[in-house]
Design a protein around this ligand. Structure first.
Ligand code: ATP
Ligand code: MG
Length: 421
């Protein structure tokens, strides 16, 4: 029979990694909560047209990456390729607007894109994302970017660069698009096949193409930031002044464009030098036209999404994630095992991560097991100890041993183990 395997581009999160994952999630909750964001969890499956309408028909995601299939009622549904469209759908559908203040939401969960699997690029990956819906104020861009900065600071990830750009708005983008097309027309035959198509449908995307021939041409192309209208120019200046006032380092990258159609004005990426080709750890921007495109009232908004697996890859070398056991109980014989099992249950109810060995395994082997599990303390109990009414607790770090009377075992253990944290 064929051996069962996970699908290509789909990954198991195993013990040893999952603790690390939870630690990153805990930092996320702390940071996002401090900045006044509330958690939202939207469904993984949505109507396909939510994504085609929002992300744009001529983007990579919609053209070739979505997991779309017919539901039982014959209507097309899609495994979400990103989080923003669903959050805005929920915002409009459930009326999450708050008077006078923007709505600040964050999410964490799996996304699905049928991309070519490679290092740092999966078909099911996970994002942490934040959305601020209902404000046009450049200060809001600054607040969101300061959250992104704070989150990575708390994770102590070094070597990151915040790159920002402005993509303009419905006033200044069409004339810029024409200028860009004018330049690209002369280079048309040198562009890749995809970009030759994009020339008409979505010329801005050509600036984001990863192919070498297109990159060279893109480098000399006119940039959006030089063609901004007064309002967009002013907005971009205020965002930069805001970042400077918070002493958040950034670089203006006039080449930065985003692969999704809905972005306007501020666009940004957090990049790293430490992950090879897949150098974007987080990305986002303003999307003032999205709510309206989804049938709602005109509602300015801004958000970002962080790649969870890329954070994990950046942190992998820096920390020790071995889960530590607090206590390992070594029962020497059936009687000891019998006697200790109820105590183990009580210890666990006190949130002390503990394990018990098997009754008929030699002491030496059990000590090795305790070591492998990273146990801080080991309790050794045999017939002698039971007869004498006292047991030995060994601190594996200091090698110190301590006798605890059997009748006070639970209290004695928690007293010894707890304060040492
Ligand atoms: P890229 O240019 O790397 O394809 P993107 O522009 O498609 O990124 P977004 O859709 O903005 O990325 O997603 C935000 C973040 O999610 C990325 O910066 C990255 O960290 C992560 N991400 C995107 N696609 C994948 C994937 N297939 N596998 C793992 N992480 C991903
Ligand atoms: Mg992509």
């Amino acid at each position: 029979m064929e051996k069962l395997k996970a699908l290509k581009g789909f990954k198991d999160l195993l013990p040893g990694e999952s603790e690390h994952w939870e630690a990153v999630s805990a930092v996320m909750r702390e940071s996002f909560d401090a900045f006044g964001f509330s958690l939202i969890r939207t469904p993984i499956l949505e109507r396909t047209h939510l994504f085609t309408r929002s992300i744009g028909e001529t983007t990579d995601i919609v053209e070739k990456e979505m997991y779309t299939f017919e539901d039982w009622d014959k209507k097309p549904v899609t495994l979400r390729p990103e989080g923003t469209a669903s959050v805005v759908r929920a915002y409009l559908e459930k009326g999450l607007a708050i008077p006078t203040l923007p709505t600040k939401l964050y999410y964490q969960g799996p996304m699905f894109r049928h991309e070519r699997p490679q290092a740092g690029r999966l078909r099911q990956f996970h994002q942490i994302g934040a959305e601020v819906i209902g404000s046009l104020d450049p200060q809001q861009d600054v607040e969101l970017l300061s959250l992104l900065h704070d989150f990575f600071q708390r994770l102590e990830i070094k070597g990151l660069t915040l790159e920002i750009n402005s993509l303009g708005c419905p006033t200044c983008r069409p004339p810029y698009r024409e200028v860009l097309q004018g330049y690209l027309e002369k280079e048309l035959s040198n562009l890749c096949e995809d970009c030759q198509r994009r020339y008409l449908s979505n010329p801005l995307r050509i600036l984001d193409c990863k192919k070498a021939e297109c990159k060279t041409i893109a480098q000399k192309a006119p940039v959006s930031s030089a063609h901004l209208c007064g309002e967009c120019k002013d907005h971009f200046t205020q965002v930069q002044e805001g970042l400077q006032s918070l002493k958040i380092p950034y670089e203006v990258n006039t080449m930065l464009v985003r692969g999704l159609d809905y972005y306007t004005k501020t666009a940004f990426e957090m990049t790293t030098r430490n992950l090879g080709a897949q150098n974007a750890v987080a990305a986002g921007g303003r999307y003032d036209g999205l709510a309206q495109a989804l049938g709602g009232p005109s509602t300015p908004a801004i958000g970002f999404a962080i790649g969870m697996e890329r954070i994990m890859a950046l942190m992998a070398e820096s920390t020790d994630h071995k889960p530590h056991l607090k206590l390992f109980i070594v029962p020497l014989g059936e009687t000891a095992h019998h006697r200790l099992f109820p105590i183990l249950y009580q210890i666990r109810q006190k949130n002390i991560r503990s394990e018990i060995g098997q009754p008929n395994v030699a002491l030496k082997r059990q000590m090795k097991q305790a070591d492998r599990l990273g146990a801080e303390f080991v309790l050794i109990v045999g017939d002698n100890e039971l007869a004498e009414g006292k047991v030995i607790l060994r601190n594996m770090g200091t090698k110190a041993q301590l006798e605890i009377p059997l009748e006070h075992l639970l209290d004695g253990l928690t007293d010894q183990i707890r304060p040492l944290g």
